[in-house]
Design a protein around this ligand. Structure first.
Ligand SMILES: *[C@@H]1O[C@H](CO)[C@@H](O)[C@H](O)[C@H]1NC(C)=O
Ligand SMILES: *[C@@H]1O[C@H](CO)[C@@H](O)[C@H](O)[C@H]1NC(C)=O
Ligand SMILES: *[C@@H]1O[C@H](CO)[C@@H](O)[C@H](O)[C@H]1NC(C)=O
Length: 162
């Protein structure tokens, strides 16, 4: 999958973009390949420069997120491919993406892709579909608006599914 996903030229772009994506956190060097080795309860993120994985961040305020869940220890490859897809600008609507977050919990690991304009269905659906395609992920994934999550917490319903 890796070789079809990335041509050599794209790999060079990946390396170049490492310079401006906010990936200089220590986790990149130590843990990027192995979220399964992270402590339970850990959250890591890779966001574009100066965007924070917070609802309050003005860039993300009207956004939402797609989420994939995995059994404990099964997210390593998908996390890596998610980061590479972001950094390598694989998404048609890449400008709509704020970044990715991984949560490691006792029973499962979750990767979320945060986007900017939740109401823009065309962009969200395209991003969700492409993300699944890149990762070869077979389960249905859902998109939750940050606004719904703020008001309803866990009761927030998926607005889009792919
Ligand atoms: C992911 O979440 C769905 C819905 O909550 C659940 O049915 C499924 O078993 C979960 N998968 C894993 C691998 O945890
Ligand atoms: C959705 O987002 C794309 C990319 O930013 C933009 O070209 C398009 O006009 C937007 N559509 C709507 C309905 O806002
Ligand atoms: C998705 O399904 C294909 C074919 O059924 C399988 O080979 C692949 O391992 C599955 N991928 C995941 C992430 O479960």
């Amino acid at each position: 999958m890796f070789s079809t996903f990335f041509s050599r030229v794209k790999m060079l772009r990946v390396i170049w973009y490492l310079c401006w994506w906010d990936v200089a956190d220590t986790f990149v060097y130590n843990n990027i390949h192995h979220p399964s080795k992270l402590a339970v309860g850990a959250d890591f993120h890779c966001f574009k420069n100066k965007i924070e994985p917070k609802w309050e961040d003005p860039v993300c305020a009207n956004g939402g997120k797609w989420t994939m869940n995995f059994s404990r220890g099964k997210s390593d490859t998908c996390w890596l491919y998610t980061l590479l897809a972001l950094i390598g600008e694989q998404f048609d609507y890449g400008d709509e993406i704020c970044g990715a977050v991984i949560n490691v919990r006792v029973r499962q690991e979750k990767i979320a892709l945060w986007t900017r304009n939740a109401a823009n269905e065309t962009a969200q659906v395209s991003i969700g579909k492409q993300w699944k395609e890149f990762l070869d992920y077979n389960d249905t994934i859902g998109f939750i608006f940050h606004d719904d999550a703020k008001k309803l917490d866990r009761a927030a319903k998926n607005r889009y599914s792919v």
